[in-house]
Design a protein around this ligand. Structure first.
Ligand code: SF4
Length: 305
């Protein structure tokens, strides 16, 4: 699909946008963080909701906002407290980045979350998706926030599948599709559509407000190219992954008394001691742990102070 705003706009016409917004107005999920347009609160929610189930993120967001209601309060908090509060959300690097982003907002912007895409993207851990989601939801800037869900929804509607809208063309499509009067609701609506109806496997097209305009539902499919999925190796089981191991290491560090060192000398689950040490070192290099050598090959680690 060509990267032309006019073509992109035609691919998701006004009637389709109206139908999606009407569906969202009638059935949208009542997630706690959708009740606010406060830019800091939106930034926290967007970082939490990436790679974490929305309902769980909403619960954590409520507790987070009660504890650190402003950018300045988060920036002043010890990183160890921030990491403990992130427990259960996974991908702990996001907590470090959120803390650093709060610092940067205080230092560069006087504690006020910036509204421009450029300034938002310059914050630690804020990529193109998060910057546009914050701009659209908090500042009502008509830009499209493209994550995996949105890519799938818009790609299927406009071209039968996201594979047919490569690279820059997807951002052009997403920007062109945004209703200028409701960029905030539109951002939430596409998220809901992707999570509830337009799922990767067996989308619920019969219930979808976009079915009349959707090329995927009409039976169009982009040609499958080599490497697009066929013949992929099966996913490894979760406990055998490095992500699982990192989570267990951080859980042990969180479970220790404040400031106490935890010894890592043995294997964890199916992971050998060496793999554990390497994971501890990687977490330290990312700022998630402090480490020091211990007896033998052991290392000791704790949450950063
Ligand atoms: S009609 Fe089906 S494929 Fe098209 S957007 Fe809706 S759920 Fe997705």
């Amino acid at each position: 699909m060509a990267a032309s705003p006019d073509l992109a706009r035609a691919a998701v016409p006004q009637d389709a946008r109206d139908a999606i917004l009407a569906w969202y107005d009638a059935t949208g999920r009542l997630l706690a963080f959708r009740s606010t347009a406060d830019p800091y609160a939106v930034l926290v929610s967007e970082l939490m909701a990436q790679q974490t189930q929305a309902a769980r993120a909403a619960e954590a967001w409520t507790a987070w906002m009660a504890r650190w209601p402003t950018v300045a309060s988060l920036a002043a908090a010890p990183l160890a407290d921030v990491l403990r509060a992130w427990r259960g959300l996974g991908y702990n690097r996001r907590a470090v980045n959120l803390h650093r982003a709060a610092d940067a907002i205080v230092e560069r912007h006087g504690g006020v979350v910036p509204s421009s895409i450029e300034a938002l993207e310059a914050l630690p851990g804020v990529g193109p998706y998060t910057a546009r989601a914050v701009a659209a939801i908090a500042f009502r800037v008509p830009v499209g926030a493209v994550d995996t869900n949105v890519r799938r929804v818009l790609g299927r509607i406009a071209a039968g599948g996201p594979e047919a809208v490569p690279g820059r063309a997807m951002q052009v499509l997403a920007d062109a599709a945004v209703p200028c009067d409701r960029p905030d609701a539109w951002t939430h609506a596409l998220m809901d559509l992707g999570a509830r109806l337009c799922r990767p496997a067996r989308p619920r097209c019969a219930d979808c407000p976009a079915i009349a305009w959707c090329r995927y539902a009409a039976g169009e499919r982009p040609a499958v190219t080599a490497g697009s999925g066929a013949g992929r190796r099966p996913e490894p089981s979760f406990p055998s992954t490095n992500r699982w191991l990192r989570g267990r290491i951080l859980d042990r560090a969180r479970g220790a008394d404040a400031g106490a060192w935890v010894v890592f000398g043995e294997g964890i689950g199916t992971h050998e001691p060496r793999a554990v040490r390497e994971a501890v070192a990687a977490l330290a290099s990312e700022g998630l742990l402090e480490v020091r050598d211990a007896a033998g090959d052991d290392v000791e680690a704790r949450l950063p102070s």
